[in-house]
Design a protein around this ligand. Structure first.
Ligand code: COA
Length: 251
Protein backbone atom coordinates (compact mmCIF):
# COMPACT_ATOMS: atom_id res chain seq x y z
CA UNK A 1 0.00 0.00 0.00
CA UNK A 2 3.06 2.23 0.18
CA UNK A 3 5.44 1.38 -2.62
CA UNK A 4 9.13 2.25 -2.68
CA UNK A 5 11.63 2.01 -5.49
CA UNK A 6 15.10 3.51 -5.57
CA UNK A 7 16.88 4.13 -8.84
CA UNK A 8 19.78 6.41 -9.78
CA UNK A 9 19.66 8.21 -6.45
CA UNK A 10 15.90 8.91 -6.55
CA UNK A 11 13.53 7.18 -4.13
CA UNK A 12 9.96 7.07 -5.38
CA UNK A 13 7.50 6.65 -2.56
CA UNK A 14 3.94 6.05 -3.75
CA UNK A 15 0.77 5.91 -1.64
CA UNK A 16 -1.02 3.09 -3.34
CA UNK A 17 -4.62 2.77 -2.23
CA UNK A 18 -6.29 4.56 -5.13
CA UNK A 19 -9.80 3.10 -4.64
CA UNK A 20 -9.94 4.97 -1.29
CA UNK A 21 -8.09 8.04 -2.55
CA UNK A 22 -4.99 6.86 -0.66
CA UNK A 23 -6.68 7.42 2.71
CA UNK A 24 -4.14 6.34 5.32
CA UNK A 25 -4.80 3.37 7.57
CA UNK A 26 -2.80 2.48 10.71
CA UNK A 27 -1.10 -0.24 8.67
CA UNK A 28 -0.06 2.33 6.06
CA UNK A 29 1.40 4.57 8.78
CA UNK A 30 3.51 1.66 10.04
CA UNK A 31 4.56 0.94 6.47
CA UNK A 32 5.50 4.58 5.91
CA UNK A 33 7.80 4.52 8.95
CA UNK A 34 9.39 1.31 7.63
CA UNK A 35 9.83 2.78 4.15
CA UNK A 36 11.56 5.82 5.66
CA UNK A 37 14.06 3.55 7.43
CA UNK A 38 14.64 1.76 4.11
CA UNK A 39 15.26 5.10 2.40
CA UNK A 40 17.78 6.12 5.07
CA UNK A 41 19.74 2.93 4.42
CA UNK A 42 19.50 3.16 0.62
CA UNK A 43 21.47 5.05 -1.99
CA UNK A 44 18.65 7.58 -2.34
CA UNK A 45 19.64 11.25 -2.26
CA UNK A 46 16.18 12.66 -2.95
CA UNK A 47 12.64 11.38 -2.41
CA UNK A 48 9.60 12.01 -4.59
CA UNK A 49 6.37 11.27 -2.73
CA UNK A 50 3.18 10.89 -4.76
CA UNK A 51 -0.22 9.21 -4.70
CA UNK A 52 -1.51 6.58 -7.11
CA UNK A 53 -4.72 7.39 -8.97
CA UNK A 54 -6.65 10.64 -8.83
CA UNK A 55 -5.79 11.80 -5.28
CA UNK A 56 -2.54 12.55 -3.53
CA UNK A 57 -4.15 11.61 -0.21
CA UNK A 58 -7.66 12.21 1.16
CA UNK A 59 -6.40 12.03 4.75
CA UNK A 60 -6.71 9.48 7.50
CA UNK A 61 -9.08 6.60 6.89
CA UNK A 62 -12.33 7.98 8.30
CA UNK A 63 -13.92 4.52 8.36
CA UNK A 64 -11.19 3.27 10.71
CA UNK A 65 -12.12 5.85 13.35
CA UNK A 66 -15.46 4.15 14.06
CA UNK A 67 -13.73 1.17 15.66
CA UNK A 68 -11.40 3.16 17.91
CA UNK A 69 -11.96 3.88 21.61
CA UNK A 70 -10.98 7.43 22.65
CA UNK A 71 -7.91 6.01 24.39
CA UNK A 72 -6.87 4.00 21.34
CA UNK A 73 -7.51 6.99 19.11
CA UNK A 74 -5.14 9.16 21.13
CA UNK A 75 -2.59 6.53 22.09
CA UNK A 76 -2.36 4.57 18.84
CA UNK A 77 -3.97 6.32 15.90
CA UNK A 78 -2.53 9.74 16.66
CA UNK A 79 0.79 8.50 18.03
CA UNK A 80 1.43 5.98 15.25
CA UNK A 81 0.71 8.68 12.68
CA UNK A 82 3.21 10.95 14.39
CA UNK A 83 5.89 8.26 14.33
CA UNK A 84 5.42 7.85 10.57
CA UNK A 85 5.13 11.55 9.74
CA UNK A 86 8.13 12.41 11.92
CA UNK A 87 10.14 9.73 10.13
CA UNK A 88 9.30 11.33 6.80
CA UNK A 89 9.92 14.91 7.92
CA UNK A 90 13.23 13.91 9.54
CA UNK A 91 14.75 12.06 6.60
CA UNK A 92 18.18 13.52 5.98
CA UNK A 93 17.61 13.58 2.23
CA UNK A 94 15.24 16.18 0.73
CA UNK A 95 11.65 15.17 -0.02
CA UNK A 96 9.45 16.52 -2.83
CA UNK A 97 5.67 16.07 -2.48
CA UNK A 98 4.16 15.68 -5.94
CA UNK A 99 0.52 16.67 -5.44
CA UNK A 100 -1.12 15.33 -8.56
CA UNK A 101 -4.45 15.09 -6.73
CA UNK A 102 -6.17 16.50 -3.65
CA UNK A 103 -4.29 16.75 -0.35
CA UNK A 104 -6.82 16.90 2.47
CA UNK A 105 -6.49 16.47 6.23
CA UNK A 106 -3.80 13.86 6.80
CA UNK A 107 -2.85 14.32 3.15
CA UNK A 108 -1.95 17.94 3.81
CA UNK A 109 -0.14 16.93 7.02
CA UNK A 110 1.83 14.42 4.97
CA UNK A 111 2.68 17.00 2.31
CA UNK A 112 3.81 19.35 5.11
CA UNK A 113 6.55 16.83 5.95
CA UNK A 114 8.16 17.42 2.55
CA UNK A 115 10.78 20.05 1.75
CA UNK A 116 8.98 21.18 -1.39
CA UNK A 117 5.43 20.81 -2.74
CA UNK A 118 4.44 20.77 -6.39
CA UNK A 119 0.70 20.96 -7.08
CA UNK A 120 -1.16 20.33 -10.31
CA UNK A 121 -3.56 23.15 -11.11
CA UNK A 122 -6.76 21.15 -10.52
CA UNK A 123 -6.06 20.01 -6.96
CA UNK A 124 -7.58 21.15 -3.68
CA UNK A 125 -5.90 21.56 -0.30
CA UNK A 126 -7.61 21.78 3.06
CA UNK A 127 -8.07 20.56 6.61
CA UNK A 128 -11.63 19.22 6.90
CA UNK A 129 -11.18 17.53 10.29
CA UNK A 130 -13.18 19.86 12.58
CA UNK A 131 -16.08 19.53 10.15
CA UNK A 132 -15.99 15.81 10.95
CA UNK A 133 -15.83 16.45 14.69
CA UNK A 134 -12.18 15.60 15.08
CA UNK A 135 -8.89 17.48 15.30
CA UNK A 136 -6.05 17.61 12.73
CA UNK A 137 -3.98 15.24 14.85
CA UNK A 138 -1.11 14.14 12.62
CA UNK A 139 0.77 17.42 13.21
CA UNK A 140 -1.82 19.59 11.43
CA UNK A 141 -1.86 22.09 14.30
CA UNK A 142 1.88 21.91 14.97
CA UNK A 143 4.22 21.16 12.06
CA UNK A 144 1.70 22.73 9.66
CA UNK A 145 1.73 25.94 11.73
CA UNK A 146 5.53 25.96 11.86
CA UNK A 147 5.91 25.40 8.14
CA UNK A 148 2.98 27.36 6.72
CA UNK A 149 2.23 29.93 9.42
CA UNK A 150 -0.66 30.04 11.86
CA UNK A 151 -3.06 32.18 9.86
CA UNK A 152 -3.41 29.92 6.85
CA UNK A 153 -3.85 26.93 9.18
CA UNK A 154 -6.56 28.84 11.06
CA UNK A 155 -8.38 29.51 7.79
CA UNK A 156 -8.34 25.84 6.83
CA UNK A 157 -8.69 24.13 10.19
CA UNK A 158 -11.09 26.50 11.97
CA UNK A 159 -13.05 28.03 9.07
CA UNK A 160 -12.98 25.08 6.69
CA UNK A 161 -11.52 26.99 3.75
CA UNK A 162 -10.34 24.74 0.94
CA UNK A 163 -7.81 26.26 -1.44
CA UNK A 164 -7.16 25.59 -5.09
CA UNK A 165 -3.58 25.14 -6.24
CA UNK A 166 -2.94 28.73 -7.30
CA UNK A 167 -4.30 30.15 -4.05
CA UNK A 168 -2.29 27.54 -2.14
CA UNK A 169 0.83 28.78 -3.93
CA UNK A 170 0.07 32.41 -3.03
CA UNK A 171 -0.40 31.37 0.60
CA UNK A 172 2.85 29.39 0.70
CA UNK A 173 1.20 25.98 1.07
CA UNK A 174 2.77 24.82 -2.18
CA UNK A 175 5.88 26.03 -3.98
CA UNK A 176 5.03 25.41 -7.63
CA UNK A 177 1.87 24.86 -9.69
CA UNK A 178 1.91 22.91 -12.94
CA UNK A 179 -0.59 21.90 -15.58
CA UNK A 180 -2.57 18.76 -14.86
CA UNK A 181 -0.39 15.73 -15.51
CA UNK A 182 2.86 17.72 -15.40
CA UNK A 183 3.84 17.65 -11.70
CA UNK A 184 6.03 14.60 -12.20
CA UNK A 185 8.07 16.38 -14.89
CA UNK A 186 8.89 19.26 -12.58
CA UNK A 187 9.52 16.85 -9.69
CA UNK A 188 12.05 14.90 -11.78
CA UNK A 189 13.74 18.15 -12.88
CA UNK A 190 14.07 19.41 -9.32
CA UNK A 191 15.28 15.98 -8.18
CA UNK A 192 18.01 16.13 -10.85
CA UNK A 193 19.01 19.55 -9.52
CA UNK A 194 19.40 18.11 -6.00
CA UNK A 195 21.44 15.19 -7.40
CA UNK A 196 23.85 17.66 -9.04
CA UNK A 197 24.70 19.21 -5.65
CA UNK A 198 27.05 18.00 -2.92
CA UNK A 199 25.37 15.00 -1.29
CA UNK A 200 26.94 15.40 2.16
CA UNK A 201 26.52 19.18 2.14
CA UNK A 202 22.86 18.73 1.18
CA UNK A 203 22.25 16.20 3.96
CA UNK A 204 24.01 18.31 6.58
CA UNK A 205 22.16 21.42 5.47
CA UNK A 206 18.80 19.67 5.70
CA UNK A 207 19.67 18.44 9.20
CA UNK A 208 20.49 22.00 10.26
CA UNK A 209 17.29 23.40 8.73
CA UNK A 210 15.31 20.66 10.48
CA UNK A 211 16.98 21.52 13.78
CA UNK A 212 15.91 25.15 13.35
CA UNK A 213 12.43 23.88 12.47
CA UNK A 214 12.20 21.89 15.75
CA UNK A 215 12.36 18.52 14.04
CA UNK A 216 14.05 16.75 16.97
CA UNK A 217 17.10 19.05 17.32
CA UNK A 218 18.51 16.92 20.20
CA UNK A 219 18.81 13.90 17.94
CA UNK A 220 20.31 16.00 15.16
CA UNK A 221 22.94 17.42 17.55
CA UNK A 222 23.94 13.89 18.59
CA UNK A 223 23.91 12.64 15.01
CA UNK A 224 26.23 15.44 13.89
CA UNK A 225 28.53 14.97 16.90
CA UNK A 226 28.43 11.21 16.30
CA UNK A 227 29.62 11.72 12.74
CA UNK A 228 32.55 13.84 13.95
CA UNK A 229 33.51 11.48 16.79
CA UNK A 230 33.30 8.42 14.55
CA UNK A 231 35.74 10.05 12.10
CA UNK A 232 38.51 10.59 14.65
CA UNK A 233 41.57 8.50 15.53
CA UNK A 234 40.18 8.27 19.05
CA UNK A 235 37.52 5.80 18.01
CA UNK A 236 40.04 3.70 16.07
CA UNK A 237 42.33 3.57 19.12
CA UNK A 238 39.41 2.84 21.43
CA UNK A 239 38.26 -0.06 19.24
CA UNK A 240 41.78 -1.47 18.89
CA UNK A 241 42.31 -1.29 22.64
CA UNK A 242 39.01 -3.04 23.27
CA UNK A 243 39.85 -5.86 20.88
CA UNK A 244 43.43 -6.20 22.18
CA UNK A 245 42.20 -6.10 25.80
CA UNK A 246 44.52 -3.21 26.74
CA UNK A 247 44.10 0.33 27.99
CA UNK A 248 43.57 2.84 25.15
CA UNK A 249 46.40 5.28 24.49
CA UNK A 250 44.85 8.63 23.55
CA UNK A 251 48.12 10.55 23.79
N1 COA B 1 -11.23 7.89 4.52
C1 COA B 1 -11.79 6.77 4.06
N2 COA B 1 -12.30 6.64 2.81
C2 COA B 1 -12.21 7.72 2.01
C3 COA B 1 -11.65 8.93 2.42
C4 COA B 1 -11.13 8.99 3.74
N3 COA B 1 -10.52 10.09 4.23
N4 COA B 1 -11.71 9.81 1.41
C5 COA B 1 -12.31 9.17 0.40
N5 COA B 1 -12.63 7.90 0.75
C6 COA B 1 -13.27 6.85 -0.06
C7 COA B 1 -14.73 7.16 -0.28
O1 COA B 1 -15.50 6.72 0.83
C8 COA B 1 -14.97 6.35 -1.52
O2 COA B 1 -15.10 4.98 -1.18
P1 COA B 1 -16.24 4.07 -1.87
O3 COA B 1 -15.93 4.11 -3.33
O4 COA B 1 -16.03 2.72 -1.26
O5 COA B 1 -17.54 4.72 -1.53
C9 COA B 1 -13.69 6.49 -2.31
O6 COA B 1 -12.69 6.88 -1.35
C10 COA B 1 -13.74 7.57 -3.35
O7 COA B 1 -14.15 8.78 -2.74
P2 COA B 1 -15.33 9.69 -3.31
O8 COA B 1 -15.83 10.54 -2.19
O9 COA B 1 -16.32 8.86 -4.02
O10 COA B 1 -14.53 10.59 -4.37
P3 COA B 1 -14.91 12.04 -4.88
O11 COA B 1 -13.96 12.33 -5.98
O12 COA B 1 -16.37 12.14 -5.14
O13 COA B 1 -14.60 13.03 -3.63
C11 COA B 1 -13.21 13.91 -1.88
C12 COA B 1 -13.26 13.27 -3.26
C13 COA B 1 -11.73 13.96 -1.47
C14 COA B 1 -13.75 15.34 -1.95
C15 COA B 1 -14.02 13.10 -0.86
O14 COA B 1 -13.67 11.74 -0.98
C16 COA B 1 -13.81 13.49 0.58
O15 COA B 1 -14.31 14.54 1.01
N6 COA B 1 -13.07 12.68 1.35
C17 COA B 1 -12.83 12.91 2.75
C18 COA B 1 -11.75 13.94 2.94
C19 COA B 1 -11.55 14.24 4.42
O16 COA B 1 -12.44 14.71 5.10
N7 COA B 1 -10.36 13.95 4.93
C20 COA B 1 -10.04 14.22 6.29
C21 COA B 1 -9.62 13.00 6.98
S1 COA B 1 -8.23 13.36 8.05
Amino acid sequence: MIDLSVQDGIARLVLNRPDKLNALTAEMCDMLATRCREIERSTARIVILSGAGKAFCAGGDIEAWAGETPEAFGDHWVRDGHIAFDALARLTVPVIAQLDGHALGGGLELAACADLRIAEQHIKIGQPETGLGIIPGWSGTQRAVRRFGGQVVRRMALFGEVFDAEEARRLGLVDHVTATGAAHVLAEGLAARVLSRGPQATKLTKMLINAADREDPERIAEALAGRIAAGTDELREGLSAFREKRKPDFS
